[in-house]
Design a protein around this ligand. Sequence first.
Ligand code: F6P
Length: 497
Amino acid sequence: MTKADWTTIEALPSPRLESLFAEDAARLASFSVDVAGLHFDWSKTHLTADAVAAFTALAKAQDLHGKREALFAGEAVNTSEGRAVTHVAERGEGSEDDVAKARVLHARMRALIDAIEAGALGEIRHVLHVGIGGSALGPDLLIDALGREDSRYEVAIVSNIDGAALEEVFARFDPTATLLVIASKTFTTKETLTNADSVLQWMGEHGVEDAYGRVVALTADPDKAVEWGVDETRVLPFAESVGGRYSLWSSIGFPAALALGWDCFEELLEGAGEMDRHFRQTSLSQNAPVLAAFADLYYTQVRHAETRATFAYDERLRLLPSYLQQLEMESNGKGATIDGEAVGRPTAAITWGGVGTDAQHAVFQLLHQGTHLVPVEFVAVIEPGDTLSEEHHRQLLLNAFAQGAALMKGRPNDDLARSYAGDRPSSTILLEDLDARTLGALIAFYEQRTFVNGVLLGINSFDQFGVELGKEMAKAADAGGQEFDVSTTDLIKRAFG
Ligand code: F6P
């Protein structure tokens, strides 16, 4: 059944984008969706009614409806690890039991924030959050996007084990007014624990007598955090069923809630919840995460695109592409199906991107004239994030829109070097305004789109065994118990003698 569906999909035609508009006056309406303050436009992609029908048949064969309901019901959809996936419960959309647990956690987060604000841990002006991957990228994105004007604390998020990252923060933070936040789902990650040790040492060296009294831990393994030395009243444990790259809604979002205020964090959750409800209740042909996934699969499976690029035409969203890299590539960069067979087709496209208009002057040449087909996604905000003259924002948006038009239209020329073939796809996500609610909806959209891609490809989006081997080998090398190949042995010798 599924094989036949893929055969139909692979045989989908690729008419020129401009002809699709010429033939169908209602194309824009058919391929755009408005939800939660976000406008999505896929009309400049090669999606057609036939393509949507073919992908809808695949969705049926892959039981997208059933799997979506299983996700929201808190069933064990992460089959390889035998556990549920409950980040949706953090925004009030999971099973009653999971939602109740998330509410308990949020109440604890809120109480600790109130206590810190009331001075229970002494004067706190600086928040140093150490964590990596999903324990850093989410809060970093939130604070960078929403905390530019009203952040209550100066927050630094340090992920890299390279000491240069911490030293840069030590140079500007006051150790006597710093709160250390250790974020690690497993509480075993070498980078994070090494950085946490160094922060404590720095505090101690600068006269902080009870440095441990200024530590908060965000983890799914509270015992390990307590064993490490964090007082259990300052350990905020989230559910094991919340995956690292889906965890910003849980206590991993703590630094954002602290810096931006609890109301803001709640609005973020509400915006995400609104997107969840849209995803759950809307027919596939009008469903934003579903249509986005259909377009993703059209380009990877039919047109063999190897990458997809997201450009944030808003400085406040400059961290979005790196956030998406983990979300999409760690989730769907897989080679086996959920049944343990070779997947036999490309899975996640390589996610990359940047910030507009900067990227136009660096990488857009390849998008317009290069030999790779790269579906482009523009993300822009109607309300400006700056208070300078309107001209800045007007030009920013016009550039985003013009790039999409140019990619599609092209400009044929007899001189090949000057010729733009055009017919290059792009989609646009236009936010009315950038606030906690719309950002929550935007991130939830990307999460659900990733889920749909995984379901249609028949893979498990919620494990990440591929990152383990390198970690294990680095650990073994550290302990001196790893035999390496000739090249690696030589590199180690050159570095350490
Ligand atoms: O190495 C990958 C990974 O496991 C990610 O999935 C995760 O977000 C990151 O490491 C950090 O893990 P932890 O939160 O357990 O420190």
